[in-house]
Ligand binder design. Structure first.
Ligand code: MF3
Ligand code: CO
Length: 241
């Protein structure tokens, strides 16, 4: 899974280079797929429940599961890219919300709050902690900053299949839920809306969109539960450095 996650993390380095005004989201998808296959891996999402692409690319009020298309990115867009890699029998899954050009401060705050919520959750993960504690931390951080947590979709266990038990909600009650054990591998993935938490699925059958039309951000890492901490397998180092 570490090797799978490394290929995926490097794919995001490529994606970052491709993201600019005028690029079609389908072009980003095609390049990412090529990169993944050159590394001897397979895009986890392609064909998953008949999903037609390798990445999910969700712009502005699109929350997740946006299908790459002829849409051209433009200045002021925020772009959530979600990718999965299957390598030698194991999946990894990660997401990052990119910015094109300049965006309003409140949108920047939405993105930083979502990323902070992910890392606050990961910092808390270790053997013995309950998933209600993790969801609580994410929800607290998001709501304290005036935003809302999407509840219709959740994080998940991951390994030989893309989605495994347990579900990892981004909201919760302290002291409740599954107790984490050393060696569990999880995809933690807060989806945060600027306005109300409610979403619907677009006519394409996939794209999850905010009901109020306000923007949404998404960050995700694949992690392993250890005795005293979480080990993060995916990395943003190829995006941010
Ligand atoms: N990456 C999503 C997740 O985090 C799954 C995408 S669904 C797919 O669970 F159909 F696009 F694969
Ligand atoms: Co996921």
């Amino acid at each position: 899974m570490k090797e799978s996650a490394e290929i995926l993390s490097k794919t995001f380095g490529l994606i970052k280079q491709l993201i600019r005004p005028g690029v079609k989201t389908s072009e980003i998808d095609a390049e990412a797929e090529k990169f993944i296959r050159i590394h001897g891996a397979v895009p986890s999402f392609k064909g998953y429940q008949n999903y037609p692409a390798s990445l999910c690319i969700s712009v502005n009020e699109q929350v997740v599961h946006g299908i790459p298309s002829q849409y051209k990115l433009k200045e002021g867009d925020i772009v959530s890219v979600d990718g999965g890699v299957f390598y030698e029998g194991y999946h990894s899954d990660m997401a990052y919300t990119f910015v094109i050009g300049s965006i309003p401060p409140i949108t920047q705050k939405l993105i930083s709050t979502t990323k902070e919520a992910l890392y606050l959750a990961i910092e808390k993960i270790k053997e013995g902690v309950r998933l209600g504690d993790i969801g609580y931390i994410i929800q607290q951080h998001v709501e304290r900053n005036g935003f809302s947590v999407v509840r219709d979709l959740v994080g998940h266990g991951i390994g030989k299949t893309l989605h495994e038990a347990p579900q990892v909600p981004n909201y919760g009650t302290r002291g409740k839920g599954v107790i984490l054990k050393e060696g569990m591998t999880l995809a933690v993935e807060p989806m945060v809306n600027m306005g109300k938490r409610h979403v619907y699925i677009a006519k394409d059958g996939w794209t999850v969109v905010t009901t109020d039309g306000l923007p949404s951000a998404h960050f995700e890492h694949t992690v392993v539960v250890r005795k005293n901490e979480a080990e993060i397998l995916t990395s943003y180092k190829y995006i941010e450095n």
